[in-house]
Design a protein around this ligand. Structure first.
Ligand code: HEC
Length: 109
């Protein structure tokens, strides 16, 4: 019985560590995906580059329930006139699922 208890404790700890590492890996991966997808050549977290900062985007769409599908369309098809005169080209070659992950991440800024 004593062994079983410590085995469970070890398993519990392993699951916890796994979860913590998994969450950190998600944050790294998504940033890598943004870099690989070219987003970070025009956007940064806090400063306007060519496009608006991700925190400005998150601020603008805060509390808007259809923000994710709307922004998925904007990233896939391109967008112009919402933030200024420079348009964002479309990104039709990025998988829908990845665009959705990127947009969800942008809104966490
Ligand atoms: C060539 C530069 C460029 C690249 C590359 C780029 N963006 Fe943009 N992005 C812009 C510009 C410029 C705007 C503002 C467009 C406008 O005014 O409608 C914008 C706007 C946005 C918006 C807000 C759209 C809206 O309707 O409010 C989001 C979200 C966004 N970009 C995410 C991304 C993501 C994710 C990527 C990578 C897949 C990416 N961008 C790649 C330039 C870029």
């Amino acid at each position: 019985m004593k062994h079983l208890t410590s085995l469970l404790a070890v398993l519990g700890l392993a699951a916890f560590v796994n979860l913590a590492v998994g969450t950190a890996a998600f944050a790294d991966n998504i940033e890598q995906l943004a870099r690989d997808s070219g987003c970070l050549s025009c956007h940064s977290a806090k400063e306007k580059i060519v496009g608006p900062s991700f925190s400005a985007v998150a601020q603008k769409y805060k509390g808007q329930s259809d923000a994710i599908p709307q922004l998925v369309q904007a990233v896939k098809n391109g967008s112009k006139g919402t933030w200024g005169r420079i348009p964002m080209p479309g990104h039709s070659s990025i998988a829908d699922e990845d665009v959705k992950r990127l947009v969800t991440w942008v809104l966490t800024h």
